[in-house]
Design a protein around this ligand. Structure first.
Ligand SMILES: C[S@@+](CC[C@H](N)C(=O)[O-])C[C@H]1O[C@@H](n2cnc3c(N)ncnc32)[C@H](O)[C@@H]1O
Length: 261
């Protein structure tokens, strides 16, 4: 059955998919961070629109990140075997699923309940539900003790904006990281800010594309998430879409800090 909300949104790009009325989906904790005083308009604030897609259309979001693969160099760079790893803003597990078997325990912190549900389902389907603990939390309020993990990582989630990390979030990630452990920000969006905070930078080279399951899916998802690329994707009949057509930097880099002993 097609629900009326789904029908109204069909084919619409992210910035015109939701209205201020949709902000009612936020819990009070989420609203306090993402839409203080109940204010904000997802039609003019793309960051807010992303927060709504996580909660209103999580399966659509998961289809996007399933196609938008990380550079394999990133996962190779991360420690191979540790006692504990914490991932913050784990989403539906684009990175989390690669961290399984790299630690005795992985804790995946994710505020959006619908994304946690998809991640838990994937873990259960892969029979690794007991290796990963999926928990609710935010960058600035991690539900974990000091010095908990050797690696504390965020992938496509941390920004200098206090709602999505900021100074308080960075301090929390470092609090939870053990002495001599590593805090890593994958696909960072503000290198100067991270460098000012003592983070070093690594970038992996080579061509990168978004690997959709079919040309039809490339068109459907690009209409929502990469609207400026749709005409070119149609014209070339693409299933695999190079990032230069999409028009933003691919997930091929990270910033990291090794904490003092
Ligand atoms: C672009 S998604 C990336 C998800 C996943 N890490 C991946 O790479 O597919 C951003 C994620 O950050 C989460 N997020 C947003 N604000 C957050 C906050 N203040 N604290 C923790 N996570 C947050 C979102 O719920 C979402 O799962």
């Amino acid at each position: 059955m097609i629900r009326s909300d789904d029908a109204a949104r069909a084919g619409r790009e992210l910035r015109s998919r939701y209205t201020p009325a949709d902000l009612s989906v936020f819990t009070p904790e989420e609203a306090g961070r993402f839409a203080p005083d109940g204010r904000g308009d997802p039609r003019t604030n793309p960051v807010l629109a992303w927060e709504l897609v996580y909660r209103l259309e999580p399966e659509l979001y998961d289809r996007l990140v399933t196609a938008e693969l990380l550079h394999p160099g990133i996962v190779d760079w991360l420690p191979r075997m540790t006692d504990r790893i914490v991932e913050v803003g784990a989403g539906t597990g684009r990175l989390t699923m690669k961290l399984v078997n790299r630690a005795r325990e992985v804790v995946a912190v994710e505020p959006a309940m619908p994304l946690r549900a998809i991640l838990q389902r994937k873990l259960d389907e892969a029979s690794c539900g007991d290796l990963v603990r999926v928990v609710h939390g935010f960058f600035d309020e991690l539900p974990l003790p000091d010095d908990y993990a050797e690696l504390v990582v965020a992938c496509s989630a941390f920004t200098p904006d206090p709602a999505h990390g900021g100074n308080a979030g960075l301090a929390e990630m470092e609090r939870v990281c053990m002495p001599a452990g590593c805090v890593a920000i994958i696909w960072p969006n503000n290198l100067d800010w991270l460098a000012d905070n003592g983070y070093r930078y690594v970038r992996f080279s080579g061509p990168m594309s978004v690997e959709f399951a079919s040309h039809e899916e490339a068109v459907e998802l690009s209409q929502v998430f990469y609207p400026r690329a749709v005409d070119e994707i149609r014209r070339r009949g693409l299933r695999r879409v190079p990032f230069d057509i999409i028009g933003f930097n691919p997930p091929r880099d990270l910033a990291f800090k090794t904490l003092p002993r």
